[in-house]
Design a protein around this ligand. Structure first.
Ligand code: CA
Length: 301
């Protein structure tokens, strides 16, 4: 693996609607190292590449199937067959309550012709592009909400591992990093399901960073929120928590999320964000909606 990797977060999602094949092809052309797939099962057990278990903030499901919502007013991927899901149009992410686009300077809402797709369709795209361009760009699939899938009687993890193996992703050499927020599930993938893939434990809450020693027994890396790396700003300079050095001592790679040029928060510029986290904090990779910017930043370093 390269010293510092660029992971196209939901594809080149700063420029095209997230998780569309167009966004994945664009990321591939930007020479990223890995392209991300978030995975949720359809009613007929096909892994769909989509960020949430819900459909209503990235598709026109509420117009096309108004009667198919659950009591909580949400439309669930798992309630639709693959053929039904294919009838939906994907749009740039919006708030289903207000209808407002989340990132207002991104691809315009309700424009273009984008459809949902399966994991297999995306692997064929990436492997096809790897062949036609002579590149070897990796995949970075995420098992979404294992507890929810289990409650619904679904075996998301087993289905995904089988498809990955069929497409040649079996060991750490195969250019695939498997990620999950659920620590029990990721441990089960290593210990019970005996996966030899490179595994990354995603971290949502700060208290989970105390479990690094345990994560290191089954995972090869961690994916924290970038704010868990930053300490208090003193005299206008960023300081850092011990997370990256602690992880490195345990031989864990650190791939924080999410680098967004249009949501900078504590940083003044995207350049400052990249310099602070990738160089000064010395992380090993970045999940980003703007992969071209990080590829060019790292090429100059
Ligand atoms: Ca993800």
């Amino acid at each position: 693996m390269k010293q510092k990797i660029v992971i196209a977060h939901r594809g080149a999602s700063g420029y095209l609607p997230e998780h569309t094949l167009a966004a994945k092809a664009m990321a591939h052309a930007m020479n990223v190292d890995f392209i991300e797939q978030d995975l949720v099962l359809s009613k007929d057990d096909i892994p769909i590449v989509i960020h949430d278990i819900y459909l209503d903030d990235v598709t026109d499901v509420a117009q096309k199937y108004p009667l198919r919502k659950r009591k909580d007013n949400r439309f669930y991927v798992i309630d639709f067959t693959f053929d039904e899901l294919k009838t939906l149009n994907i749009t740039e992410r919006f708030n289903p309550k207000t209808g407002k686009q989340v990132y207002k300077n991104r691809f315009p809402k309700n424009k273009g012709n984008f459809k949902l797709h399966s994991l297999q369709e995306e692997l064929q795209l990436i492997q096809g592009l790897n062949f036609s361009t002579g590149k070897n760009i990796g995949i970075y699939p995420e098992i979404k909400e294992p507890k929810f899938h289990k409650k619904e009687g679904k075996k998301l993890t087993e289905i995904v591992l089988k498809i990955l193996a069929n497409y040649g992703y079996k060991t750490k050499k195969d250019n695939c990093i498997l990620q999950c927020f659920d620590a029990k599930e990721l441990e089960r993938i290593r210990v019970d399901l005996k996966s030899e893939l490179f595994l990354v434990q995603l971290i949502e809450f700060p208290e989970e960073t105390k479990q690094l020693n345990h994560f290191a027994t089954y995972a090869d890396g961690i994916g924290p929120w970038y704010k868990q790396i930053l300490g208090k700003k003193s005299a206008d300079k960023f300081t850092f928590t011990s997370l990256v050095t602690d992880a490195h001592q345990l031989n864990l790679k650190v791939h924080p999320y999410t680098f967004r040029a249009d949501a900078l928060d504590e940083f003044t510029t995207f350049e400052e964000m990249m310099q602070t986290l990738l160089i000064e904090a010395n992380v090993d990779g970045a999940f980003t909606d703007f992969p071209d910017k990080i590829v060019s930043f790292l090429n100059k370093k």
